[in-house]
Design a protein around this ligand. Sequence first.
Ligand code: PMP
Length: 383
Amino acid sequence: MSVSRREFLSVVGAAGAASSLPWITARGSESRLGGTPARASHLWRGPGDLIRLDSNENPRGPAPAALSALQQTFDLTGRYPDAAEESLRAAIAAHHGVGVESVLLGCGSTEILKIATEAFTSPTRPLVTAAPTFEVPTRTAQRMGTPIRAIPVDASLRLDLDAMLEQSSGAGLVFLCNPNNPTGTLHGLDTVSRFVRDVQSRAPDAYTLIDEAYFEFADAPAYRTAIPLALASPRVLVSRTFSKVHGMAGLRAGYAIAHPETISRLLPFRLESGISVLAGAAAITSLGLSAHVRRQVALNLEARTFAMDAMRSLGYRVVPSQTNFFMADIQRDPKAFQVAMRARGVAIGRAFPPLSTYTRISIGTLDEMQRAMTVAADVLRNS
Ligand code: PMP
């Protein structure tokens, strides 16, 4: 059921909507935006002093070279992105040493997760996933009437691969988020290879999608990409994104690497022209910036170490993290903690059922983490 803007405002009250729902305010101001880009930018920025630790973004945004590539592409934004998509696909293929037929672009990796669920699951071919994990496959499956087998993480908050394997019989898609969002845990390549092999013998028709959105942050010696598994088997795909270490969440670019046969099964589901010329230019540029990426990882590690130590010193258990976020057991309702932190100018993650006492905190700059941990200490002491 759709509700018109006027009906919505009459329900929530126009004054309340204007003060507490910035997007409604922004949309209501659309007619006044023409010719005033500074105003649009102001509306999207949000409160200037808000520390945003809620969406696992890179607080530093795109690399300077990627920003300058954007600027140099502004004059091409009147054209459809065919050439940009073609070059980005080729750049990704070269980066990973795979053929272009093994690369599928997505409007963020969200699109890859969505279309893999659409292509490979159905009301008779269930989705096997974890709880908690990244929820795009789950939400897509819900809309499609696909049965969902969501396997709780184990006591150390790692994906329970044995139970997921057991539940894979007859499945259409097995979703393995590695490292896992929101728990920050991971499995090494040997374990993932064994899991994939066992799923294939138990459920020969099932596809396994390995989400490597946080790949660059992980430094556990056993951890390596599952791309070789995807190239070797038409039943395995790997997804990646430019939204995390590359700092381009607002630009929207992600991709899958898979066997050409698998890519052609997904292609009909893809949004055509889903990568803008700006996203293409920035992504191609950033892909080549290995020293920049290493620096982002080092800055993340420094700020994450500080924040996790701060939570530990307050007496809370933290879950070892291989990503740009971490979970802490705050022994109380995470939703109430989120609300209290937000009231003090720090946005953090929501509750992630079935974990009823864990909060997820994304890693900002060191300065942001220092300020956020001071606020957290205060909120936790006084609630
Ligand atoms: N996978 C995981 C594990 C994520 O955490 C996210 C975003 N938070 C995504 C995929 C989707 O990111 P995007 O669509 O921006 O690539």
